[in-house]
Write a protein that binds this ligand. Structure first.
Ligand SMILES: [Zn+2]
Ligand SMILES: [Zn+2]
Ligand SMILES: [Zn+2]
Length: 223
């Protein structure tokens, strides 16, 4: 039987938005009974404490909602065989993982698609008027970008995003195109996330919510 004594912690930093990896040794608890982790940007990420090295209390700073979440785990859950996700109960989002290094790295790579994009912007989450609508919209734009279905009529596929509390603005750097998507309610983003592609109008300002609503209404009429 192999007894694992080193686990890996991966946690998304609420300040810089990067996923930070650190090693957690079981022996760290023999002296002080607790271990704290900070991001390389010095933001506190996670604290683990235990008095008996059997039951561990885990406190992690949540990059999604800004609160500190708490988990009570036994030794085998941390120094075991699986990567355990650290969850934000409010957003049902994964903030990190703890477990064997290989499994943690693998789990993070699988997560990266949806989180990577958001991570950069996470510092804003609390400032969004409607985080649920904004994150849903971001997810959609991200998958459109991945499928190469997001761009500008001028041929540019690399749009710049600006996140504001109630909306996202998409810019084309090659022409003057600007697209504005309001995301302060689920009702407003719904027509937008129903679209399978989004292209800005060359040199024009485009209010995307309304345009998508019209497009959807037309599609419904035809059917
Ligand atoms: Zn950081
Ligand atoms: Zn949270
Ligand atoms: Zn353009």
């Amino acid at each position: 039987m192999i007894l694992a004594t080193t686990a890996t912690v991966a946690a998304l930093c609420s300040n810089c938005g990067e996923m930070e990896f650190q090693a957690l040794s079981l022996f760290a608890f023999s002296r002080l009974g607790h271990e704290s982790f900070k991001c390389h940007c010095r933001t506190p990420l996670l604290k683990v404490s235990s008095h008996n090295r059997r039951v561990f209390s885990l406190y992690y700073q949540c990059a999604y909602c800004g609160e500190t979440h708490y988990l009570r785990l036994n030794r085998r859950a941390i120094w075991g065989k699986k990567a355990l996700p650290l969850i934000c109960p409010e957003f049902s989002a994964i903030v990190g993982f703890i477990g064997p290094k290989q499994k943690v790295v693998q789990a993070c790579q699988e997560q990266e698609k949806s989180m990577g994009e958001l991570a950069e912007e996470l510092g804003y989450v609390e400032e969004f008027e409607n985080p649920e609508a904004m994150l849903r919209l971001l997810d959609h734009l991200h998958s459109l970008a991945e499928e190469d279905k997001l761009g500008c009529g001028c041929g540019n596929h690399q749009l710049a995003f600006e996140l504001l509390p109630d909306r996202i603005e998409l810019y084309c750097d090659l022409c003057e195109a600007l697209g504005i998507i309001y995301a302060d309610s689920m009702d407003k983003i719904w027509p937008v996330v129903s679209m399978g592609a989004l292209y800005l109008e060359e040199n024009n300002t485009w209010f995307i919510n309304r345009a998508c609503e019209r497009q959807l209404a037309m599609i419904n009429k035809e059917e």
